[in-house]
Design a protein around this ligand. Structure first.
Ligand code: GLY
Length: 371
């Protein structure tokens, strides 16, 4: 492995120590960095699904540095997010991303009781999205009542955590039902995964697949592949079930076969050669999934593939200057829709890069773990 994960992490820590106060001064929850500015999400205010990644970065940096600034900034963001629990109407299945990385991290690292309670509140919201026909509903629009999406595999960690906290198996039981539906209905024979599957909300019958944030129907949106890879690996870590590990291995094989020679990640693994469109968030998240698979199996090929991804990011698409906001460049929210950002910095790319470096340095803080 060529990258120096320790040095890169140290530079990221200094960069965030220098620039995060700019977000605090403006009272905003960053969605992306641009020059000397942090910018909020273009949609849904602090209810947008990405709100947990900023405090997640702060907690990762706090755990490594014990610098109280990062704790205070994480708590400032956590308060903004817990306000959204009461607003409620814009929240969706991504409460896993939002609250595990904020309240969940706070409770894990400091034992703060209110954070535990807020995280259980979020888990109850996610439970409330379960359709007994066999899936967790993704979004809120009435015409999407039967939609489930592969991203939800990551949110299941909140339910596994809630069962471990409360001793009540219902949370983990729902997570298993959803994971089994994803295994059956999203995982394709070639190891790729669908982004969106629509079910009959009354019977659970699979109706159709929809094109989502990738190139088109039936293609392989790279971030969706990362969500599937990492999500199934975490489902195995949190249950011990062999079938989830087998699924994670299959998605990993597909992902690894599509890593570009330069270590960067196309937005869709089946996109046409032109226009070239990268999504480095997928590379950073995929690296975390591969590092989790390496932890679970001990197999070197997963560590090597994660190293190739992180090398590509650090060598070509990472701004470690303390004078600019945001590290990872060439992040793309969606292949066809530029409104949420294309080839720019986006906060969850930085989150997964920081997590990957912490994992490589042996200092992962286990934010997706039920225990
Ligand atoms: N969870 C939505 C996305 O990955 O863009």
């Amino acid at each position: 492995m060529r990258n120096n994960a320790c040095e890169a992490f140290d530079r990221l820590l200094k960069k965030y120590r220098a620039t995060a106060p700019l977000a605090a001064a403006e009272g905003l929850l960053p969605y992306r960095g641009e020059g000397r500015r942090w910018l909020s999400s273009p949609f849904d205010g602090n209810s947008w699904w990405t709100g947990g990644f900023w405090p997640g970065i702060m907690w990762q940096l706090y755990a490594a540095s014990k610098d109280a600034f990062f704790l205070e900034e994480a708590r400032r963001a956590e308060a903004l997010l817990t306000d959204e629990l009461r607003r409620f109407t814009k929240l969706n299945h991504d409460v896993g991303f939002m609250y595990l990385l904020s309240c969940g991290a706070d409770y894990r690292l400091t034992g703060r009781e209110q954070s535990r309670v807020d995280c259980l509140h979020a888990a109850s919201l996610l439970m409330g999205r379960f359709n007994p026909a066999g899936f967790i509903r993704a979004w809120n629009e009435p015409e999407r009542v039967g939609y489930a999406i592969i991203d939800c595999m990551m949110n299941l960690s909140l339910l596994f955590w809630a069962s471990a906290q409360t001793g009540d198996p219902r949370f983990a039981g729902v997570a298993r039902i959803h994971a089994d539906t994803a295994l059956r209905e999203f995982l394709r024979p070639d190891g790729s995964v669908s982004h969106i599957v629509e079910f009959d909300p009354n019977t659970g019958t699979r109706l159709r697949e929809h094109a989502g944030q990738g190139y088109g129907l039936g293609t392989a949106w790279s971030r969706g592949q990362a969500w599937g890879l990492y999500g199934f690996a975490l489902a195995h870590a949190n249950t011990g079930e062999a079938r989830y590990l087998e699924a994670a291995r299959r998605v990993a094989d597909f992902f690894i076969a599509h890593i570009r020679p330069d270590g960067l990640t196309d937005c869709d693994f089946l996109q046409p050669p032109e226009p070239a469109r990268l999504d480095n968030i997928a590379g950073a998240c995929g690296a975390c999934g591969l590092l989790e698979l390496h932890r679970l199996t001990g197999e070197a090929r997963y560590l090597e593939a994660a190293g190739a991804l992180v090398d590509g990011l650090l060598d070509k698409c990472c701004d470690l200057s303390p004078n600019t906001c945001g590290a990872l460049t060439h992040c793309t929210a969606s292949y066809h829709d530029d409104a949420a950002g294309v080839h720019c910095n986006i906060v969850y790319g930085d989150y997964f890069l920081v997590e990957a470096l912490n994992r490589m340095n042996g200092t992962d803080i286990g934010l997706w773990s039920a225990e």
